[in-house]
Design a protein around this ligand. Structure first.
Ligand SMILES: Nc1nc2c(ncn2[C@@H]2O[C@H](COP(=O)(O)OP(=O)(O)OP(=O)(O)O)[C@@H](O)[C@H]2O)c(=O)[nH]1
Length: 605
């Protein structure tokens, strides 16, 4: 029977390692959702990488049935939220699918900055927030202090904060009671026109795209003709169902419910997060608010470790793309690295995840070049270009104007670190402070305008370093701004290496070029001859470092020059142990192609 008053839709806000997965595991057990025999730890974290790195990009939603003290059996849908700034848009969309949020704080760690950003987002979405202190079983749990911080953040009373040990199960039942009592049931009209929010989409080899939805109004069932609002594509529904957490078909999904739809959608790119699904025959006029097209913001070259693996790399990228609508790639050719792909990502973490999946799931070693943003260039001849590959950046004489993307950068920090953070953003990263807002006792939000290109390198680590790990950041694309940018070309042994070129603000061209050649000097091994490394901008050499020649006797041991040794090296390269590239007569290791990312290392101390 359809009882929307017995539905509760929630998400869990938690900093990494505060115990979200463990809590969900306990809830699954208490509600007998998962057969004890099948129960394994971290049930919902499906991907290996997510488990190992502790970053859940997004886990499956799950529906549990909980019989409360009032005798009613409630349906509680728990929707996961990704935990990194690259995916902040998706966090917002997941929250839009809920009426409540559990704020989970580790009693030994206290409220961390990342949690604050998500809590604000939950408040913006009008979610009922239930604060929970976890890990109370630990001897070093500091419940009082943690409660103070939570009260600071939310303005709640002591008695509203729940105490839980997700590990031992203490307090989990009380939490389920609180969810049922405090989180409002979904509103919505089952007789209204179909209006559903897409909050995730996954590709399945057998079933095609599985669209995760939250219904706001109306109903959807097999045989219905549905339409995605943004691109007006029409599909016939084949199956609808719920997550138990295995996908389980049902006759229909109705207003207020969470579930999935399978409708012959071929790629996840056609079921975009944040988009509205409606009826093709009787569509709503207005979609749900908040939809945005996700565009790649960060680009890098990806090349197979060995040329013969080009096809395999293409297949791997195609496979990943099926499940990742934000991933973009097109073939490219680099004189230095051969055939490969120019790839686009949401941000630096997304890039890392893709690279790791390719290496691990497809067993392919790849060479990835330093990331860059999308530049807009107006040439003197009037032509307008969009450049995502620094080696294709036009020569200075041809350029009339250049524009680069700026972001709204917000950093939440305890007041102690305001000075160092402003210094970092303004003096090192070309940002501008726009506003400072109070964010509760001893905490502020600093709002900056900053060039995206400065944020994608070592910014995150530096921010953490100057704030002792306490600051957290979020950014969103703002606009393109005119800028004074130059291309720096790197020559190794007098030959330009296209994959090492980069674009930089003129004011930084010299210092960055100098650090870059010094870094390359460290990263490229010695050869039997001296190797000059030069940086060239605007037609002249602006920095140089030399790698000294090896002495002959040493050389005999290391580089015998015989073919089998070289073959062995190439074998190793396949294993991803040591990826080397011959440029002219010089062997360049994979690391060197990321030299630009490493030039800031060791600056702090
Ligand atoms: N002692 C104790 N340990 C806990 C408790 N809850 C979680 N842990 C441990 O804390 C660690 C992190 O827990 P997870 O559940 O993986 O944390 P998470 O928030 O899901 O982490 P991510 O998926 O990485 O964001 C694990 O080693 C858990 O065993 C608890 O109540 N008490």
């Amino acid at each position: 029977m359809y009882r929307p008053d017995l539905i509760r839709n929630i998400c869990i806000i938690a900093h990494i390692d505060h115990g979200k997965t463990t809590l969900v595991d306990r809830i699954l057990e208490i509600t007998n959702t998962v057969d004890k025999r099948k129960m394994r730890d971290q049930y919902l974290d499906m991907m290996d990488i997510e488990r190992e790195r502790g970053i859940t990009i997004k886990a499956q939603p799950v529906k549990v049935m909980y019989t409360a003290e009032d005798g009613n059996t409630y349906e509680i849908n728990i929707i996961d939220t990704p935990g990194h700034v690259d995916f902040s848009y998706e966090v917002g969309r997941s929250m839009a699918a809920c009426e409540g949020a559990v704020l989970l704080v580790d009693a030994t760690q206290g409220v961390e900055a990342q949690t604050v950003a998500h809590t604000y987002l939950a408040i913006e979405h009008d979610l009922e927030i239930i604060p929970v202190i976890n890990k109370i079983d630990l001897p070093n749990a500091n419940i009082e202090e943690t409660a103070l911080e939570i009260k600071d953040l939310l303005g709640v009373k002591d008695e509203e904060i729940l105490l839980v040990s997700a590990k031992e199960g203490t307090g989990v039942r009380e939490l389920l009671e609180a969810i049922v009592k405090r989180v409002p049931p979904p509103k919505g009209d089952i007789n209204g026109k179909l209006k559903a929010l897409i909050f995730d989409a996954k590709y399945d080899n057998y079933k095609g795209v599985i669209v995760h939805i939250r219904l706001f109004d109306g109903q959807v069932k097999p045989g219905d003709r549905i339409m995605t609002f943004s691109n007006k594509k029409v599909y016939e529904v084949q199956e609808v169902g719920v997550f138990l957490p295995e996908m389980t078909p049902v006759d229909a999904l109705s207003a207020g419910e969470v579930g999935y739809v399978i409708a012959g959608i071929k790629e996840v790119g056609d079921a975009r997060v944040g988009d509205t699904i409606t009826s093709a025959d009787d569509p709503v006029e207005e979609p749900l608010p908040g939809y945005r097209e996700i565009k790649p913001m960060v680009f890098a070259g990806m090349f197979p470790g060995l040329p013969e693996y080009y096809e395999e790399l293409r297949k791997a990228l195609e496979k990943l793309k099926l499940n990742d609508s934000a991933l973009y790639f097109e073939p490219t050719m680099s004189p230095a690295l051969g055939f490969g792909f120019r790839c686009g990502f949401l941000g630096p973490l997304h890039m890392d995840v893709v690279r790791e999946r390719i290496e691990r799931e497809f067993d392919l070693a790849v060479i990835l070049t330093a990331p860059n943003v999308r530049y807009k260039v107006v040439l003197r001849n009037g032509e307008e270009l969009e450049i995502t590959d620094p080696s294709k950046f036009p020569e200075e004489g041809e350029i009339l104007e250049v524009y680069e993307p700026y972001v709204d950068l917000s950093i939440i920090t305890p007041t102690d670190y305001i000075g160092p953070l402003i210094n970092l953003v303004q003096n090192e990263k070309r940002g501008e402070l726009r506003a400072t807002e109070n964010a509760g006792r001893n905490r502020v939000i600093l709002r900056f305008d900053a060039p995206l290109s400065e944020i994608i390198y070592d910014f995150f680590d530096k921010m953490k370093a100057v704030s002792r790990g306490y600051a957290s950041m979020d950014y969103e694309f703002k606009e393109y701004r005119k800028s004074d940018l130059v291309k720096v070309t790197i020559l190794v042994n007098k030959e330009p290496v296209d994959a090492l070129s980069f674009v930089v603000h003129r004011s930084k061209a010299y210092p960055v070029a100098k650090k870059m050649v010094e870094k390359l000097k460290e990263l490229i091994p010695r050869h039997q001859f001296q190797i000059p490394i030069q940086a060239k901008a605007g037609g002249r050499i602006i920095a140089r470092a030399d790698i000294k020649a090896l002495r002959k006797d040493v050389l005999a041991k290391c580089y015998g020059g015989d073919v089998t040794r070289k073959m062995k090296l190439l074998e190793k390269q396949k294993e991803g142990k040591k990826r080397l590239r011959e440029i002219g007569r010089v062997t360049i290791p994979q690391e060197a192609f990321l030299a630009l990312l490493k030039i800031g290392e060791g600056d702090e101390k």
